[in-house]
Design a protein around this ligand. Structure first.
Ligand code: 8YV
Length: 303
């Protein structure tokens, strides 16, 4: 049986489970063109309207990510193109990493690991003291699946859990803050867990960062676009923000050079969902959604 053509927008986020599965089942095309009914892509690459225009027969876009901010959803809707993503299977990993970034930042794990690894411990002696994480007030910006998973992990050791979302979330006991600003002004750690895209673009701006203040810390495991990165860098360099743990950036894989020497920053290369187990599960979900589409069956995780 001939393999249906598929336009695959590859990414450094890809794993063999996905690329091998796509190659085994589809005629992977390196360029868009007529006759191609489906596209597979990643959260970091998505697909824009210009590319969709080169796919006159496109009916299905399968995204290996929960975040679809790089997919032109308005154009997909206008053309009646199905879009699927990979929610739930990555929630635990992303929430775990948010906790890990908080611990790494508060306890200076990268700094102290480097001290031991470099052999400087004997000559330099004990490093300066870190800060206690237990008891800190934690604010979560965006209380969706990932935000709620973070809150449940942090609640046993946090002084308080508070959040801001567009609307209060039913059946949660945590304090609701009316805005990102109000939330930032009332917590010690602000964790960004919102979707990316126009609705959240630079939601964490200079005023929110200043409200968090010199004793505050920012954790971002969502999208770089949600934070005004220039304002963040300036606040960290000038000491107006106490610290940051960042897994995402405005222009990945490029990271502002001013961040690199700062001791009060932990930097990761977009690792939220980057475990063997989760990326395999995401890949399988992409493959299963594509198989359902071509079989004329209901899609597993349509937007
Ligand atoms: C990567 C992510 O974007 O799920 C998301 O939204 O940010 C990550 O999983 C990547 O697309 C994984 O393939």
């Amino acid at each position: 049986m001939t393999k249906p053509p598929l336009y695959y927008i590859d990414s450094s986020f890809a794993v063999p489970r996905l690329t091998d599965g796509l190659k085994a089942t589809y005629d992977l095309r390196p360029e868009p063109g007529p006759g191609i009914r489906a596209v597979a892509t990643h959260g970091s690459t998505g697909i824009d309207a210009a590319t969709m225009a080169k796919l006159p027969d496109l009916e299905m876009i399968a995204v290996s990510a929960v975040g679809v901010d790089k997919v032109d959803l308005a154009e997909a809707k206008r053309r009646g193109i199905h879009v699927t993503n990979t929610p739930d299977v990555l929630t635990d990993d992303v929430a775990d990493l948010a906790i890990g970034l908080m611990i790494a930042l508060y306890r200076n794990i990268p700094r102290d690991d480097a001290l031991v690894r470099s052999g400087r411990w004997a000559s330099e002696g004990m490093p300066t003291l870190s800060r206690r994480l237990t008891g800190q007030r934690i604010g979560i910006l965006g209380l969706g699946r990932i935000g709620q998973a973070i809150a449940k992990r942090a609640a046993p050791f946090a002084g308080e859990i508070a959040y801001h979302s567009r609307h209060p979330v039913a059946d949660v006991s945590w304090r609701y803050a009316e805005s990102a600003m109000v939330l930032a002004a009332s917590v010690d750690i602000l964790i960004v867990a919102t979707p990316g895209g126009p609705a959240t673009d630079k939601l964490v701006d200079a005023t929110v960062i200043d409200a968090l203040g010199p004793n505050g810390s920012l954790i971002n495991i969502a999208r770089g676009s949600v934070v005004d990165e220039d304002a963040l860098v300036a606040a960290l360099v000038e000491g107006r923000l106490g610290g940051a743990g960042l897994d995402v950036f405005a222009h990945e894989p490029h990271v502002p050079a001013a961040l690199l020497p700062l001791p009060n920053v932990v930097l990761l290369p977009h690792q939220g969902s980057a475990t063997v187990e989760t990326r395999d599960a995401m890949a399988q979900l992409v493959l299963d959604n594509l198989a359902a589409f071509f079989a004329g069956q209901p899609l597993l995780t349509p937007l």
